[in-house]
Design a protein around this ligand. Sequence first.
Ligand SMILES: [Ca+2]
Length: 227
Amino acid sequence: MAYYQQNYQHYQQPSQHYGGYGQVLQQNAFQCNAWQALGFRSPDELQVLFTNAVQCNAQNRQRNAIQSENLVSIMNDSTQIRNYFGITWSRELCKVMLAMLDRSKDGFMQWDEFMELQQCLVAWHNMFRGHDFDRNNRADANELLAVISTQFKFQLSPASATTLLKRYSYVEDGGKCVLSFDDFVTLCVKLRALTDAFRRRDQQQHGHETGTATFAYDDFLQCTMCL
Ligand SMILES: [Ca+2]
């Protein structure tokens, strides 16, 4: 079993309080070959991009890993990745994506973490494309929120759905509420990372999941500001 699959063991089980998002990731994200989907001829081609970024900095070399600045370059400079997703990747989003997958908690992105990211992005893009009917990298925001609750199985109340819409969507001239692919990724990443963090506290504090957790101010800052 791959490294990135082991990390989901704990959140595999559907939860009464947090939904079944772990299973969906397992089913979708890890059953495609990201390198193939992105149009590389072999996994090695993708690994070369990563290795080159490792080599460009002594701190990277020491950890055999990359930083968010390097991730920005890889995502934007690789013709395959750029053409596949069709967006410009911002520094902020790359930082959020790195933080989400930083299992080693060192602020750097190792190869396993990088591959997990590519798998997730391809899976999310497939999901997104299914609702982007005019292929302009914008999809109906209400439909995507429905995907997040019915397919990703996050438990969202109408109030939290409204909050997400206000924060991430764009209202077009004609009044249609749309979400761009990068905003969709940001939303998915934060929702997953914050749910995981909350769930971990709940489990630690109660010995089982109750749907509630208590946070000291400093702990809350650590959980949220790292994203
Ligand atoms: Ca790391």
